[in-house]
Design a protein around this ligand. Structure first.
Ligand SMILES: *Cc1c(COP(=O)(O)O)cnc(C)c1O
Length: 355
């Protein structure tokens, strides 16, 4: 794929203080854009100065949520070079998401080339401090200029980059999670397995109410029986029950996390007992009451792993591992971040140098 590059004549100063980057607020000097229409396919791949998009008010994405996205990071290694983590997994996933929403797919090599070229150009924006990274946000939107919804005839793919602070500036802390019993995030046959903005819109109210009550995130139950564990906010869930690591199976309504997949591969390679299956909330509560629930954690690109110290179910609070971080969470955090920041050997071939 040929990418035209228009350099930003007025680059911004890089944030001097990397301890206050936060997440998703600062953006780099450039962005990648490519257009699609039914006749020409994907065309006009370009990197341009970062700036506002100009969209017709009738743009499909704004009315009917024809939007899918991805999230991954670029990490700076000790030798100064930069690498990403399993970007072809993100390429496959955005295409699965796009297919579900009847949106155009992107050749995997083009997806990765676009990220590589953009990150390379804005390489100086990859922060240097411990735990920091450059967050990469690829997005596809439907761009037909009509409020009549028909088969999509035009789309846009863009990528923006945001230097991000450490997820754990104060060290890993177990969080409080609330089991959501009113709202439902996704149902089988719906869009739960896709990374689409619409899923987040449906989650927003419960998330807001939980935050008001002092919880970090909501734990979603299945949308049909409201009995089985699905996932939390933007993370997949895992439990260690009686020596076994169990996680909900990919049933169509949960998001197939790349962190989840990597953790499962790592655990299996190291001989841990791992199960992907349905897990009911009752099973988790019972294990907690019998002292068999050893650890619980969420996993995703942002945090890698996030231990759950307390689970609230209908006003009752359950404490897990005395509200402390368990050994499996510690081990997983060290193993995965070791590979991502190039501090440990990449024994699974997961890293991708940005050159
Ligand atoms: C992105 C996301 C995850 C985590 O996926 P990773 O690929 O591990 O970052 C989990 N759940 C939801 C709803 C997500 O959007």
């Amino acid at each position: 794929m040929e990418i035209r590059i228009e350099r930003n004549p007025n680059p911004s100063p890089k944030p001097a203080d990397e301890s206050h980057l936060g997440f998703g607020k600062v953006f780099t000097d450039h962005m990648f854009i490519m257009d699609w229409d039914r006749d020409k396919g994907w065309h006009d791949a370009r990197i341009v100065p970062f700036g506002n998009l100009s969209l017709h008010p009738g743009t499909t994405a704004l009315h009917y949520a024809l939007e899918v996205f991805e999230g991954l990071k670029a990490y700076r290694k000790a030798d100064g070079s930069v690498q990403t983590f399993r970007p072809y997994e993100n390429a496959r996933r955005i295409n699965n998401s796009a297919a579900r929403l009847a949106m155009p797919q992107i050749p995997e090599d083009d997806f990765v080339q676009a990220i590589d070229t953009l990150v390379k150009l804005d390489e100086d924006w990859v922060p240097h401090s411990e735990g920091t990274s450059l967050y990469i946000r690829p997005v596809i939107i439907g761009t037909d200029k009509s409020v009549g919804l028909h088969t999509l005839n035009s789309a846009m793919f863009f990528i923006i980059l945001s230097p991000s602070g450490s997820y754990y500036p104060q060290g890993i802390n177990p969080v409080k999670i609330m089991v959501e019993t009113e709202d439902v995030r996704a149902v089988r046959g719906g869009t739960g397995f896709t990374k689409c903005g619409g899923n987040y819109a449906a989650s927003q109210r419960a998330g807001e109410l939980a935050e008001e009550k002092g919880f970090t995130q909501v734990l979603w139950l299945d949308g049909v029986e409201r009995k089985y564990i699905e996932e939390v906010g933007s993370m997949n869930m895992m439990f260690k029950i009686d020596g076994k690591i169990v996680t909900p199976e990919l049933n169509g309504s949960i998001l197939p996390g790349i962190t989840r997949k990597s953790i499962l591969e790592l655990l299996r390679a190291d001989g841990y007992d791992v199960e992907e299956r349905r897990i009911s909330l009752d099973e988790v509560i019972e294990a907690c009451e019998n002292g068999k629930l050893e650890e619980a954690w969420g996993c995703g690109t942002a945090a890698v792993v996030s231990p759950v110290g307390w689970l609230e179910v209908g006003g009752k609070e359950y404490e897990i591992n005395k509200g402390e971080i368990g050994p499996t969470v510690h081990m997983l955090y060290d193993e995965i971040t070791g590979i991502q920041w190039g501090k440990a050997p990449d024994r699974f071939g997961w890293t991708h140098p940005v050159k």
